[in-house]
Each structure stands twice: as structure tokens, then as C-alpha cells.
Design a protein around this ligand. Structure first.
Ligand code: ADP
Length: 428
């Protein structure tokens, strides 16, 4: 059977979040990093594919080009419905990239109507009368106002999106949503007659999301955060297209050694590492200041970490980290420059991950969004099968390489304090 749902995500961890949502709904889902050169091997069964791009903050024209390339691949794979996934805080500027990408996808799909709904009520993102709330605050009052790349200073999504697109943008408000899927469908038909092309959609609960998904079952293109995906498996099931896959979350076992690599300095990761220490898991700190100074400094530091790790691995998981307190990070950044420090640490940790895998590690947890990107690239991983959720937004995955590796890629602030031990407990 061909792939039912094709998704284009504008960043890596957002793609994983969406893929995890689909898996929970019973769709076998594969995440691909970038647009692949050829089709998926026939041995890989997937009901949904999520292509992870890095297009959220690239120049709008690049985001459009990449998204259209992803669309071509997904259409060639036979996908029946396309889903453009962006952040639940609608991260964008007046130049895009959400509006320009929606316009380009609509044109390529020859469709005259779609929705825009970043709501994710379980994570506190709700939309009422077109205004996006983050927890109890309007978007423009939340931390997103100070975002370095996409500061969000207007909470009204109809206005925000209208500034990014030549398509006319309207609103399907909570009254239509509360009246259920048939009323939403009627509203869509009415909007089409009025010449509107994109509808921002109110949603304050999972039930709202289910009604929206149901009403949009036949739209060729959906654009949303991961929330709207909640109802999609049910749509495909109702159409007789999706078999009951109780095994959607089951991953093949990857027997081997276990390790943790941490490049996130978030408070959550600091607490999770401290919890690990109380449980007696051996851990090794990489000092960023030791990564520079001589040509071989980085390689020497990696070699020292590996000399420490190698004899311990057979006894159980080990952790190698650069994680440090905010004040310590500041010292490092002042000495090396923020970007350079980040790059050096990412390079060192990616090299550690590579060497751990060479020593037989097949179950690896990586903490940090950028760190995860560096590790996945170093391990030459181009696609992942998504499995069971460890904590919201962080599933176990298995790389679809010749030597499969179980990977949990945790973005900074995600996960409960016992995340690491919880993650191990889910593996056979
Ligand atoms: P998060 O998901 O928490 O944002 P990331 O991996 O995306 O984590 O980003 C953390 C960044 O901080 C990375 O670029 C990493 O290399 C860098 N970093 C990690 N430890 C240190 C440190 N001790 N000093 C300076 N930078 C660090």
C-alpha cells in the first residue's frame, strides 16, 4: 500500500514531535532528514512519512524551494494528503516562511483552500477568535516576544499570516468549531465562495482538534502544528485506508551497549543529569575550554573521554556531557565566542557518539536539539522509524541504516527528571 500522509516539517525536532503523534494514533511513521535522493526501500512499511527540513528561519525563497522538493518526493511516493508542519508558536516573520510556503504548496497542489492551525492544547497552545495563547498569556506577551530570530509581537494569527501571503486569510471561529465537523465543513464552503483561501482555525481542546481534522479529511493540504494530526489516523481508518496496526509503536530490537551524550545546557537536562548521578550511572564532563588551543586539542579531549568510557560500557550505560550551568556557559562563551563554543562542543560530542557506536553502542540517548542534529549527521543517519513515546515530544526511534541504532533525541527542555532511566526502561 502506498503512503497515506506526507508531511513537510520546517525543523528537525518538530518533525519528531509530529511523527510521534501519528505513531500514537496507529500510523507506522518514518522520519526522513532532508529530501531523499530516491524512494524508500520496498522493505520499509510506512503509512506516513515526515520529511524534516531546516527551513523555519532560512530565506523565504530557500524555504519554498526545499518545501516544493519535499512535496515532489511525497507525491511521487503516492501520498494522498499533504501536511505542512510548523511551530505551535507560529514562529515566522512578515517575510515568512509560513505564508510563502503555504502559497507555493497550494499552487503546486492546485488547491484553492487550506487551514492554518498551530494549536496544541496539551502543550498550552490554544487559539480563540484567531488569537494564539501560550499558556495563560497571549503569544505577544510570552517569551516568544524576545525570540532572537522570529520575535512574535502580534498574537492575531489572521493578521500575522495575512502579512506573509497574497492569499486572502479568514477565520473559522470557536462557534463553528463547537458546532462540530459538519458546521466546519459548511463554513469552509462559505469561505471559498467569499474568495478566502486560508482559514486560521480556533481550537482550545483536543476535541476541537478532532472535529477540525474530521472536517478537513478531504482537503489535499493541511497546515498546522502537530495538534491537528491527532485526528488524522481516524480519518484514514474511517475511509478504510488504514489497517489497525497495534504494532505501529513497536520498533525492532537493537541489541548492544548503551550510552548518553549531552550537549544541552537547559535546566531540565541539568536536573536529569543530576538524577542520573544519584542512580550511580558513570558520567564524564567535557570541558569546552580544552577543545581549543592546539591543533589536536579537540581530538585529544575526545580520546580522553573515550579512554574513560571504553572499559565502563560493558557494565551499563555511561554518559558523556558538556552540559554546564548558565554561569559556566557564560565564561566559556566569553572565552571562545558563543557560536564557536557551540560548534566545538557539537563537533566533539558528535565524534564521541561516532566512536561509541564503533565500540558497539546501539542504544543512544542524545540531549540537545543542535547536538542531536550534529550526532545524526556524524552517524550518517538519513531516516528514522518512530516508536513509543518516552515523554511528550520525545519518542524512541530506530535508524534505518545497515546497522540500526535505537536513538532518543531529546530537545533541551523536554522530559521529566527521570527521563534517562525511563527511556532505558522502555527498551527490551
Ligand atoms: P538545547 O536543545 O537545550 O537548546 P542544543 O544542543 O540545541 O540544546 O544547544 C546547546 C548548545 O550549547 C550547543 O551548540 C552546544 O554545543 C552548546 N554547549 C553545550 N555545552 C556547552 C558549554 N559547556 N559551554 C558552551 N556551550 C555549550
Amino acid at each position: 500500500m502506498s503512503i497515506l500522509l506526507g508531511c513537510i516539517a520546517d525543523d528537525f525536532t518538530g518533525a519528531t514531535d509530529l511523527a510521534g503523534m501519528l505513531v500514537q494514533g496507529g500510523m507506522r511513521t518514518v522520519q526522513i532528514i532532508g529530501v531523499p535522493d530516491g524512494p524508500l526501500p520496498p522493505s520499509i512499511d510506512a503509512d506516513a512519512v515526515v520529511i524534516a527540513l531546516k527551513s523555519r528561519t532560512s530565506p523565504a525563497q530557500d524555504a519554498v524551494t526545499d518545501s516544493l522538493a519535499a512535496l515532489s518526493w511525497l507525491r511521487a511516493a503516492g501520498c494522498r494528503q499533504i501536511y505542512f508542519k510548523y511551530c505551535s508558536t507560529f514562529d515566522s516573520t512578515d517575510q515568512g516562511n509560513i505564508g510563502p510556503v503555504i502559497d507555493a504548496l497550494m499552487k503546486a497542489l492546485n488547491t484553492s483552500f487550506t487551514i492554518a492551525c498551530p494549536a496544541f492544547p496539551e502543550n498550552g497552545r490554544t487559539i480563540f477568535k484567531g488569537y494564539l495563547f501560550v499558556g495563560d498569556m497571549l503569544l505577544e506577551e510570552s517569551g516568544m516576544r524576545q525570540h532572537p530570530l522570529t520575535p512574535m509581537t502580534d498574537s492575531n494569527l489572521v493578521r500575522v499570516l495575512q502579512r506573509q501571503t497574497t492569499s486572502r486569510v479568514g477565520l473559522i471561529d470557536h462557534l463553528s468549531i463547537a458546532a462540530g465537523a459538519p458546521a466546519i465543513r459548511d463554513r469552509i464552503e462559505q469561505m471559498k465562495i467569499e474568495g478566502l483561501r486560508i482559514a486560521v482555525v480556533d481550537a482550545t481542546s483536543n476535541d476541537d482538534l478532532m472535529q477540525i481534522s474530521q472536517a478537513c479529511a478531504n482537503l489535499p493540504l493541511l497546515t498546522a502544528g502537530s495538534g491537528v494530526a491527532l485526528g488524522l489516523p481516524q480519518n484514514f481508518r474511517a475511509q478504510g485506508l488504514l489497517a489497525q496496526h497495534d504494532a505501529a509503536t513497536q520498533l525492532p530490537p537493537t541489541p548492544g551497549l548503551r550510552a548518553i551524550v549531552c550537549g544541552s545546557c537547559s535546566q531540565a537536562t541539568q536536573a536529569q543529569l543530576a538524577d542520573l548521578a544519584t542512580k550511580g550511572v558513570p558520567s564524564y564532563a567535557i570541558d569546552p575550554l580544552q577543545l581549543t588551543g592546539s591543533t589536536n586539542a579537540l581530538n585529544d579531549a575526545v580520546a580522553a573521554a573515550m579512554a574513560w568510557a571504553a572499559p565502563l560500557l560493558a557494565q551499563g550505560p555511561v554518559a558523556v556531557y558538556a552540559t554546564a550551568s548558565a554561569s559556566r556557559v557564560k565564561v566559556v562563551q566569553e572565552a571562545l565566542g558563543t557560536e564557536r563554543a557551540g560548534r566545538l562542543v557539537e563537533t566533539a560530542l558528535a565524534s564521541v557518539a561516532q566512536q561509541l557506536v564503533a565500540l558497539g553502542v546501539r542504544q543512544l540517548i542524545v540531549a540537545g536539539g543542535e547536538t542531536s542534529g550534529a550526532v545524526v549527521t556524524a552517524l550518517k543517519i538519513s531516516s528514522l522509524r518512530i516508536g513509543p513515546q518516552i515523554d511528550p515530544g520525545v519518542p524512541w526511534t530506530v535508524s534505518l541504516n545497515d546497522t540500526p541504532i535505537s536513538l532518543a533525541l531529546k530537545s533541551g527542555n523536554f522530559g521529566s527528571i527521570d527521563f534517562f532511566s525511563k527511556a532505558w526502561s522502555l527498551l527490551p
